[in-house]
Design a binder for this molecule. Structure first.
Ligand code: XMP
Length: 509
């Protein structure tokens, strides 16, 4: 394994992720982890991560005594390199200006860059720089602004890079990290199967004989978590799926069919009446969200009492949620950081205080998808687009009524099934239909109609913070339009949303 000592960089987790992608198990430990703790992992190599500090700060984090003397290769990244160099007699200067962004290496070589050819673009984010090399080290890469961009001591096997090889903005960084693994002689047999076994062992150790409650939303994270927990603790898990009536056509059945046969003790609750009752007469979007959130907590609380007592509450929190909540991105009212708020059952009363089980806290979405495949989650659920907690409730502009829900469910189903049928589903990040309050004049046969307008929307995006409208083929849109107006008589006009985010949002409410 590779041990990564975390000195506080926002990218630390990515280093672990890259090693895992390369097939090597890696663990992140706090920067000041004890020598014994590190040795427990029996590491083949050590990485000192980046971090916001300067080696001259009073409170600058440092590795524990003896760690740098371990007879294994060590790679320092950014702050990690500065620390390494400073520690063995090099000089680090506080640069006047901060270097941030892409830089071309004007020269590179040595063991870390073995086999790498052509231009090397490196992502920089630092103010301090190494200005004097420690004894025994040589400079193995430089940029115009940073003469000491990478260092190496091939005798003691100490390496440092000023840039961040772990981010995508350093396209050849993966190869550099692979070279480090080779230098370490680290084994490359870490697979998703190992991750699953590891997660299962972790849950068993944390939960013991305790009982666990899980809210299933139908999305990939909570579904996969359900499968994992069922494997780990069997019927000590109760998974509660609250059907608020704002789900897609057939969604509840699909989730049940995916989870129940695989041993998840699933309790489905039909709370449609309560939700629609509470939403009656309400048209303000934020008000609707609040009501849906409140009703969700109520329903969940009811089931928790009914099936309880529980010791733990499981949540499908992913690593990006963890960074975002720490990084304060949550100000975006409907951004990714908020996606979980609907299921964040932090609003539960004190007598329902649970300890949290969050096995996915260190994982990224695509890793969860990989695990899901191993655990047997069917592809339509596994590769599903995200779906907001308030569901179709925020896709019916204005008041939500059973009639409007019924119309939107049928339209949405035609659109989403159409995307699958035409092989377009996986080309978009999210697709949805919106029922607008606009009624307009049309003609059907010989008859004048006065019916609803629906909007179709499909976007491509990486992080859902910004998005482009998907360039769906005209022929596909034409097919959708005629299917919708032919099959859903309450609709006589179909429009396609060609607005990006910003200035629009993905949802219409
Ligand atoms: P917007 O509309 O803000 O959406 O561009 C970005 C992403 O967030 C989802 N979204 C929500 N998810 N509760 C959720 O769980 C919400 O209230 C909510 N609002 C938006 C949206 O579907 C998209 O994926």
């Amino acid at each position: 394994s590779i041990v990564i000592l975390d000195f506080g960089s926002q990218y630390t987790r990515l280093i672990a992720r890259r090693f895992r992608e390369l097939g090597t198990y890696s663990v992140i430990l706090p920067g000041n982890a004890s020598l014994e703790r590190i040795q427990q992992e029996n590491p083949a190599g050590l990485v000192l991560s980046g971090g916001p500090s300067s080696v001259y700060d009073e409170a600058a984090p440092r590795p524990a005594e003896g760690v740098l003397d371990l007879d294994i290769p060590i790679l320092g990244v950014c702050y990690g390199m500065q620390y390494l160099a400073h520690q063995v007699g090099g000089e680090v200067k506080r640069a006047g200006k901060r270097e941030y962004g892409k830089a071309d290496l004007t020269r590179y070589g040595g063991q870390l860059f073995e086999g790498i050819q052509g231009e090397f673009v490196a992502w920089m984010s630092h103010s301090d720089s190494v200005t004097q090399l420690p004894q025994g080290y040589e400079v193995v890469a430089e940029t115009e602004d940073t003469p000491v961009t990478a260092i190496e001591n091939s005798v003691t096997r100490r390496y440092g890079v000023q840039f961040h090889p772990e981010v995508v903005h350093t396209p050849k960084g993966g190869q550099l990290l692979a070279n480090f693994l080779t230098i370490c002689g680290a084994s490359r047999d870490w697979t998703a199967q190992h991750i699953v076994e590891d997660l299962i062992a972790g849950v068993q150790a944390q939960v013991g004989d305790g009982r666990v409650l899980l809210a299933i939303s139908g999305g990939v994270d909570s579904s996969t978590l359900g499968l994992l927990l069922a494997r780990a603790i069997g019927d000590k898990l109760t998974a509660v799926f609250i059907d608020h009536g704002l789900l897609r056509l057939g969604e509840r059945e699909q989730v049940e069919a995916a989870l129940t046969p695989l041993g998840v003790h699933l309790v489905t609750v039909d709370a449609t009446k309560e939700f629609l009752g509470a939403l009656a007469g309400v048209s303000d979007p934020e008000q609707k969200r609040k009501i849906i959130g409140r009703e969700f907590i109520r329903a969940f609380e009811r089931e928790a009492r009914e099936y309880g007592p529980f010791d733990f509450l499981a949540q499908g929190t992913l690593y990006p949620d963890v960074i975002e909540s720490a990084g304060g991105l949550s100000s975006d009212k409907s951004g990714a950081a908020n996606i979980k708020s609907h299921h964040n059952v932090g609003g539960l009363p004190d007598d329902l205080a649970f300890k949290l089980v969050e096995p996915f806290r260190t994982l990224f979405k695509d890793e969860v998808r990989e695990i899901a495949a191993l655990l047997g989650l069917p592809d339509p659920v596994r590769m599903r687009h995200p779906f907001p907690g308030p569901g179709l409730g925020i896709r019916i502009l204005g008041e939500v009524t059973p009639e409007k829900l019924d119309i939107l469910k049928r339209v949405d189903d035609i659109f989403i099934s159409g995307l699958r049928e035409f092989g377009l589903y996986d080309t978009c990040s999210q697709a949805l239909a919106v029922l607008t309050p606009i009624q307009s004049v049309g003609v059907m046969g010989d008859e004048r109609t006065y019916s609803y307008t629906v909007a179709l929307r499909a976007v491509t995006t990486g992080d859902f913070m910004t998005a482009e409208w998907a360039r769906l083929p005209y022929d596909f849109l034409a097919a959708m339009s005629s299917r919708i107006v032919n099959q859903v008589h309450e609709v006589n006009r179909v429009v396609y949303d060609i607005t990006g985010k910003p200035p629009a949002t993905i949802e219409w409410e």
